[in-house]
Ligand binder design. Structure first.
Ligand SMILES: Nc1ncnc2c1ncn2[C@@H]1O[C@H](COP(=O)(O)OP(=O)(O)OP(=O)(O)O)[C@@H](O)[C@H]1O
Ligand SMILES: [Mg+2]
Length: 212
């Protein structure tokens, strides 16, 4: 089974993935957790290029780098793991591309669709948990600061995070669209709920849909 987590930076994806990993491991389920971009030696190098603050990368260059990293991860790690019956949890997958490079950067959706199809080898998650949060709130969480404009100028921000609040508003709007269009696969989650409430909802949904 392939499970993906989506949402803007700071929405709580990594937190929930850790919770889910522990819960599934406790039941003896073999789980592999992976983050995008990254997950293989080559893909981790591409991750460094993409997130390095000082790099200027064109929107198409960014798309192709994310996609190259994804192609490596899918072919080298995800496909073999799924074939051996493991549960794979992805911290971001191609919906991030549609939200960030499509809705955020404005790349043509048809172009995105074909590149996504190539880089994923057609693999789609069985279920996608989308943690929905306003960008202001997400940034507060990430930096535990109350002043958003300051947080966006912070030197600690990676290249994507330096894109600014307007960019993140577009990305969030994109996610909401994607969730509506793919309503069978997507589960909308209010990321303002507590960590425990969200975790229990995720467990309940997995049980309801897949009996596990
Ligand atoms: N439901 C929640 N309520 C309050 N705070 C939360 C919640 N979930 C996560 N947090 C906190 O918000 C911060 C960001 O969470 P997390 O790192 O899991 O987000 P993320 O979506 O993985 O971000 P990124 O995309 O940058 O990796 C962390 O400090 C985390 O402890
Ligand atoms: Mg994370």
């Amino acid at each position: 089974m392939l499970i993906s987590f989506e949402g803007i930076d700071g929405a709580g994806k990594s937190t929930q993935i850790q919770e889910l990993l522990h819960a599934l491991n406790a039941r003896g389920v073999e789980v592999l957790t992976l983050r995008e971009p990254g997950g293989t030696a080559v893909a981790e190098k591409i991750r460094q290029i993409l997130l390095e603050s000082s790099h200027e990368i064109s929107p198409i260059g960014e798309l192709l780098l994310f996609s190259a990293s994804r192609a490596e991860l899918i072919q080298e790690v995800v496909m073999p793991a799924l074939a051996s019956g493991k549960t794979v949890i992805l911290d971001r997958f191609f919906d991030s591309t549609t939200a960030y490079q499509g809705y955020g950067r404005g790349i043509d959706m048809e172009v995105l669709r074909s590149i996504i199809a190539i880089s994923t080898c057609g693999i789609t998650p069985d279920i996608t948990f989308y943690l929905d949060l306003e960008p202001e709130e997400a940034m507060k969480r990430k930096f535990s600061k109350t002043s958003i404009p300051l947080a966006f100028q912070d030197d600690e921000l990676d290249r994507m995070e330096r894109s600014g609040i307007e960019f993140y508003r577009k990305v969030r709007q994109g996610y909401l669209d994607i969730a509506r269009i793919n309503s069978q696969r997507f589960v909308w989650i209010n990321a303002l709920d507590s960590i425990a409430v969200i975790h229990n909802r995720i467990l309940a949904l997995l049980k309801e849909r897949f009996g596990s």
